[in-house]
Each structure stands twice: as C-alpha cells, then as structure tokens.
Design a protein around this ligand. Structure first.
Ligand code: NCD
Length: 303
C-alpha cells in the first residue's frame, strides 16, 4: 500500500507516468468514467479548503466513485478529543482511500502509519502540499513543454507557504532550474530549504523587490500571505499587501512568462491580470482535477 506524503514519494519516472495518465484522462474522460465504480474516497479536512477538497471530490466523482467526509474539524470527533490515528482506523473501515488536510505538520503521516487504506496529504500546516505540487508540475509540463531549463520566481509568503516548500523540493530533481525567492525579510524561505539547495549546488537568489527580477523570469509563482499561520494580526496587516502584481509590473516581464498561483488569491494579483495570456492560475486549477484523478487511480492500483 502506498501513501502520498511528499512529492518526493514518487520518482521522476513515476511522476512522468502519472502526468501521462493525467493527459490521457484530459483527452479521453469517458474512458475513465467508471474506473472507480464502487470505490469510496474519504475527505478528512481539519482546515478550510475550497479547491483541494472539491477537486478531490470532483476527481473521484468523475471516475465513477463516491465521496464521504467532513470539511471542518468542529463537525468531526476531533472536537471530542479523538486522535487522527483513531479516526483513520475508523475511516479505513468506511472508505478505500483518504485525502487528509490538517493544521498540524506531520498529522497525515501519523495517520498513514495507522491506516488500512492509502492516505494522501492534502496539506499539513506550513509543511507540505504534495497534490498542489503535482498540479503545479503538470501545469508547467503542459504549458511550457518540459520540467527543466527555466528560472522560476517564487513570490510572497515563502516562510509559511507549504505549496512553495513542496514545489521547491520537487523541482530540484529536474535539470537546470534557477530559483529566485522574492519575499520581505520576515517571510523568507526557511533555512532548511536554502541549506538543502546549497548542499545540492542549485542556483538560488533571495531578493525583496519583484520589479528588479521580473525580466529574467520564465515562471512567476505568486502566493498569498498565510494569515492563519501568523502569531499576531499586526504583522499580517503590515505584510499582506507587500506584493501586488499588476499590468504595470508585468510590462517588464517576458512575453511568454507563465504566472502561477495555487489560489486562493487575496490582493497579490490584481484582477486586471486575469485576462493576460500569461495568467495560468485558473488553468492550473483545472489541471488539479486531472492530476488527482490520475493519483487516485495510481494509489488504488487501478492505473
Ligand atoms: C493552498 C494551501 O492550502 O496551502 N491552497 C490550495 O490548496 N490551493 C494555498 C493557500 O492557501 O494559500
């Protein structure tokens, strides 16, 4: 039995197979419409979500399976004090596969140890968000043609943003990738990540001003300041609008630069950018369904 806790749980060859499968699903959805007949996905979400939970539900429904679950810790027995280990043992009796989001780093890993069914980490605190990374990689591969040979700027909350942490870990396995980290001092990418990049001799720079680096970027990954991980409201208010990508800033960007964002967006991309051909964040959400369909089939051994 296989779980997905980190994007590194799959080799790059396995990821290629997963993305090929996602591409086939996109082209021939009817071929997969009954692939999960009789199977049940449990979505156990202890933290708010729109895209991740609903894209999992959409993915399983489009495969012919069914979905059970909860979208709020308060409506689960966690509110009575049940541990995730006990909850997953019970869910294992009710479902064939589980997607779990939790505010505590490592909670889905604890669940996976006790689980009788595959567990997918759908985001654990500020740590990892592997299915968003699969979505990001599939989007880049589909729209850029390959996963390597580019300069990617990651901008915003690089400290608490779990999508950023997972994506960097996944991208270091590809050739010729240069990272530019764009954040205020307080929201810098954690040292354990820059140490990892140094140890692998991978090119990265840390800057504060987005405007200065815009012309060199092939991809710009914008992120929201993670309000829920701040210890005080004042710091959040001071930092939340530090970056706002608008058409004036985009003027200096490459004509074929891709703008990605895991969403939800708050103010960091102004809505006027949505109609620019470089804006790929809504397409990215669509790729998220195909890749989750491919992932469910793979973990259930049906691919
Ligand atoms: C992200 C998350 O939950 O980490 N959202 C998502 O799953 N697409 C990003 C965010 O909340 O900022």
């Amino acid at each position: 039995m296989r779980h997905l806790m980190s994007p590194l749980d799959f080799t790059t060859q396995e990821l290629d197979r997963l993305f090929d499968l996602a591409g086939d699903i996109q082209k021939n959805p009817q071929k997969y419409a009954h692939a999960c007949d009789g199977k049940i996905l449990a979505t156990c979400f202890y933290e708010p979500s729109t895209r991740t939970r609903l894209s999992f539900e959409s993915a399983m429904t489009r495969l012919g399976g069914r979905v059970i679950g909860f979208s709020d810790a308060a409506s689960s027995s966690a509110s009575k004090g049940e541990s995730v280990s006990d909850t997953i043992r019970i869910i294992s009796c009710y479902a064939d596969i589980c997607a779990m989001r939790h505010p505590k780093e490592g909670a889905p890993m604890v669940a996976a140890e006790r689980s009788g069914i595959p567990v997918i980490n759908a985001g654990d605190g500020g740590h990892q968000h592997p299915t968003q990374t699969l979505t990001d990689l599939l989007t880049i591969r589909s729209l850029k043609g390959s996963l390597g040979g580019f300069t990617i700027g990651l901008c915003g909350d690089l400290k608490f943003g779990r999508t950023v942490h997972s994506l960097i870990h996944a991208l270091v396995r590809y050739q010729d990738i240069r990272f530019v980290f764009i954040s205020p001092e307080e929201l810098r990418v954690p040292d354990y990540i820059t140490d990892m990049l140094k140890s692998k001799d991978i090119s990265f720079r840390e800057v504060i001003r987005l405007e200065d680096v815009m012309p060199e970027l092939d991809l710009l990954y914008m992120t929201r300041v993670q309000k829920e991980r701040f210890f005080n409201e004042e710091d959040y208010v001071r930092l939340k609008d530090f970056y706002i990508l608008d058409m004036a800033k985009l003027e200096r960007a490459k004509k074929d630069m891709l703008i990605l964002h895991p969403l939800p967006r708050v103010n960091e991309i102004s809505v006027e950018v949505d109609d620019d051909p470089r804006a790929a964040y809504f397409k990215q959400a669509q790729y998220g369904v195909f890749v989750r369909m491919a992932l469910i089939l793979t973990l259930l051994g049906l691919a």
